[in-house]
Design a protein around this ligand. Structure first.
Ligand code: PLP
Length: 349
């Protein structure tokens, strides 16, 4: 039986090919777990991107030089030597980092390809377009470095959604740079999944060379638009947790309230209801309680502490007792934490 995850991987790759866009599999959402990256390879992916260098170095050991690896988080100075050594392609937003990379690459008689990150409105990482234009000559004369692309990322920090002009601006910037430097391959790379939806609209822009996606094939969704892709599957990751307490609770109504264990104001909803509550043996150390979806409508998530998930069990729910296993569909935040948590067993179906 082929897994929904593998089907999603293949469909996304095909979707890209239809538009002559290469798809890069982003592996930061599951710590570049070996079984999942092997499935990506089986599906036909040969380009991986991660926000953590250690994950990329592990991928290099698994696949050798058969794959292209991109570091999509701006590199730390302390990572540059290892990055050059392992032929990882960094996304860069600082002149100083380029200079540093140039020295390291030149010393090793290497040419390191780099992708220039361009800020497009999210207020996060990247050069401003005018900064790149000002450094045209600098970029051209830098030894040991080859700029092979421009990249941009949206909808991560402030939820800014990509619009066709974002891509037009990148194209224009590429043309202006190409005139000066004339590099042979100068690709446009966009991410993440939020860009996929751009090609589904009526006023779809021209295709780009490369799209970096995690969420789309992992969950079949685009959270920036709160939508599911009809051509992808959503039932890919589940979390099972054991119930360790079931009791009727009558939470204090009038107690003076401070903040919860994580310094957050605990919303009213956590206290409003009295009734049967079940505690599951997992917490914020393992899951993101806002990205867990119950399969049974009669059970609701009240909240989570570091080591408990608190559930409200209505009268119509199937009986819940200590020892019961409760199953959730897991979203991005939960999958990320679960893969980071040594307390969660990973089972591959
Ligand atoms: C996380 C990330 C992506 C992938 O984002 P998804 O929404 O999971 O597809 C792409 N590019 C960069 C720079 C990222 O940090």
């Amino acid at each position: 039986m082929v897994s929904p995850l593998l089907r999603n991987m293949v469909r996304l790759l095909e979707k890209g090919r239809e538009r002559s866009t290469e798809t890069v599999a982003v592996t930061k959402g599951f710590c570049a777990d070996r079984k999942i990256v092997e499935l990506l390879w089986e599906a036909g992916y040969a380009k991986f991107a991660d926000a953590n260098l250690d994950n990329l170095l592990r991928l290099r050991r698994i696949f050798g030089n058969r794959v292209e690896l991109q570091l999509i988080r701006m590199p730390m100075c302390s990572e540059l030597a290892r990055l050059v050594e392992a032929d990882v392609v960094p996304h860069v937003s600082h002149k100083e980092i380029l200079e540093h990379l140039s020295v390291l690459s030149h010393r090793r008689k290497k040419v390191t390809p780099v992708i220039l990150s361009v800020e497009a409105g999210d207020g996060r990482e990247g050069f401003l377009p005018e900064e790149i234009l000002e450094e045209r000559t600098f970029l051209k004369t830098l030894e040991g470095i080859r700029v092979n692309g421009l990249s941009t990322t949206l909808a991560c920090l402030s939820g800014v959604l990509p619009q066709p002009p974002v891509i037009e601006r990148l194209r224009k910037l590429r043309d202006e740079l190409s005139d000066a430097a004339g590099p042979p391959e100068f690709k446009i790379s966009v991410g993440g999944t939020t860009f996929l939806s751009l090609w589904e609209g009526a006023a779809a822009p021209e295709a780009v060379d490369e799209i970096r996606c995690g969420e789309a094939w992992l969950f079949g969704t685009d959270i920036s638009r709160k939508k599911s892709f009809a051509w992808l599957e959503q039932d890919t990751f589940f979390l099972s947790a054991e119930i360790v307490e079931v009791k009727s609770k009558n939470p204090a109504e009038t107690a003076v309230r401070g903040y919860d264990a994580f310094g957050r104001t605990a919303g009213e909803r956590r206290f409003r209801t009295s009734g049967k509550r079940a505690l599951a043996a997992c917490g914020l150390q393992d899951v993101d309680e806002t990205q867990l979806y119950l399969l049974d409508d009669h059970v609701k998530i009240v909240g989570a502490t570091s080591n408990y998930l608190v559930l409200e069990v209505s009268r119509n729910a199937s009986p819940v007792t200590p020892g019961c296993i409760i199953r959730f569909r897991a979203g991005y935040g939960t999958v990320l934490r679960a893969f980071l948590s040594p307390y969660v067993d990973k089972v591959y179906l």
